[in-house]
Design a protein around this ligand. Structure first.
Ligand code: CP
Length: 312
């Protein structure tokens, strides 16, 4: 199958076949990072711009490393280091970047929809690296890669997503992708953090965390997104941790082969205790490792895949 999409904007517009192709390609890319010389000439001569308007550690660094492992020229700018601080609009900034002929633009932006707007006016491919509360498709894809790697398949798994569902682009992308790939998805958290009508996306809501995690194959914990909350949605962090935090006692009631995930950054002691974050069921750092391979796969496929590049 050939990958024909120009942009990666969301999980909603990716088919099961496209998701499978991305995950299969990422599985193959992973080995490159294990080599003594972690570099292949696949994207030599291609230019990738990382444009991050919000802070990031994992996403920005892994896109940067992915580009370099494939031999692309990769340049980063941030909002504070661009002429947007002088009043230039996002669209003008993007058109000026385009005038320098990049092949791929990776955008993180606080406004939902910003990558869509750019994708309509740019010839370069656009990858959404997180837009407001909307979507974070490369995070969902790396999560799916990690689940598939550990469990063999996503089909039929019971996956519980716990926390600030309302403000989470990671939750939105994972709900879309995981249900499409045949998982049963349950969301849990304070009712104030669960959007009404979310069941319409083919998932179940269970605000009793003990019940929700009892038969889970995967527990995906989310960060409390204080920066996106306009008012308090729970009484205190202490109470949140007591009712919805994942601690050793709660993990002891889960399945013996449960996987515990978190997209990061973690509020340790709030949504997850230290011992769980660093414990035997945690695959949080596997997610980070797979983030590089997954983003290599996205670059490779957007740049033309097997049509005009070679991974040897
Ligand atoms: N998971 C994630 O998006 O992390 P960063 O904000 O550090 O990129």
């Amino acid at each position: 199958m050939q990958f024909v999409k120009k942009d990666i904007l969301d999980m909603a517009s990716l088919s099961v076949e496209e998701i499978t192709l991305i995950l299969d390609t990422a599985d193959r890319m992973k080995e490159i990072s294990e080599r003594p010389i972690k570099k292949v000439p696949v994207l030599r001569g291609k230019t990738i711009v990382l444009f991050f308007h919000e802070p990031s550690t994992r996403t920005k660094l892994s896109f940067d490393i992915a580009a370099k492992r494939l031999s692309a020229d990769c340049i980063s700018i941030t909002a504070s280091s661009s002429s947007m601080v002088k009043g230039e609009t996002l669209i003008d900034t993007a058109k000026n970047i385009e005038a320098m002929k990049p092949d791929i633009l990776v955008l993180r932006h606080a406004s939902s929809g910003a990558p869509y707007m750019l994708s309509k006016v740019l010839k370069a491919s656009v990858i959404n690296a997180g837009d407001g509360m909307h979507e974070h498709p490369s995070q969902a894809l790396l999560d799916m890669m990690t689940i598939r790697e550990k469990k063999g398949s996503i089909q039929g798994l019971r996956i519980v997503i716990v926390g600030d569902i309302a403000h989470s682009r990671v939750a939105r992308s994972n709900i879309s992708g995981l249900t499409k790939m045949g998982a049963e998805v349950i969301v849990s958290g304070p009712p104030t953090m669960i959007p009404s009508g979310i069941e319409d996306y083919g998932i179940t809501v269970n605000t009793n965390m003990e019940d929700a995690i009892a038969d889970a194959d995967v527990i995906m914990m989310l960060r409390i997104q204080k920066e996106r909350q306009t008012h308090f949605l729970f009484p205190s962090e202490r109470e949140y941790a007591k009712v919805f935090g994942l601690n050793r006692e709660r993990v002891s009631t889960a399945k013996k082969d449960v996987l515990i995930m978190h997209p990061g950054p973690i509020n340790r002691g709030v949504e997850m205790s230290h011992e769980v974050a660093d414990g035997p069921y945690s695959i949080i750092l596997d997610q980070v490792t797979n983030g590089v391979a997954l983003r290599m796969a996205l670059f490779y496929l957007l740049a033309g895949g097997a049509k005009n590049v070679d991974t040897d």
